[in-house]
Design a protein around this ligand. Structure first.
Ligand code: NI
Length: 133
């Protein structure tokens, strides 16, 4: 581990400490490391490297065509869907979790496509990436 000093306005440090307490972090260092990793994951999404996307969807499977379209999208060649989980949450609605691997912009495009389908009531893409650090 390397150590370094940073200068930070008092108010900002107070905000940082409030966040640490709120989230239950035991040290500033651990929190700062996580913040840096978060930035690196964002950066990886902007660049050409391989990233992971986890899409959560809630949709009404009675809406005409939505199930077929979702399957069709997931079969697109350039994005690899690693895994998906389907839960029937009510008579009408399904919850689906889709884990994808590929380039950031391609995963994002796919996510946008799924989100905009008629019958999709909720959607959220979680942007993840593997970092060596
Ligand atoms: Ni279902």
């Amino acid at each position: 581990m390397e150590r370094f000093c940073i200068s930070i306005p008092k108010e900002l440090l107070q905000r940082l400490d409030d966040m640490l307490t709120e989230k239950g972090y035991s040290s500033r260092s651990e929190f700062i490391r996580d913040l840096i990793r978060e930035k690196l994951v964002e950066k990886k999404w902007e660049e050409e490297g391989e990233v992971f996307g986890v899409m959560v969807l809630v949709y009404d499977h009675h809406t005409k065509g939505v199930t077929d379209k979702l399957i069709q999208i997931q079969h697109m060649e350039r994005i690899k869907v690693i895994s998906s989980l389907h839960i029937h949450i009510s008579h009408h609605d399904c919850l689906e979790v889709i884990v994808m691997r590929g380039k950031g912009d391609e995963i994002q495009r796919l996510a946008n496509h799924m989100e905009s389908l008629r019958g999709v009531k909720f959607s959220k893409l979680i942007r993840a990436a593997y970092l060596e650090a």
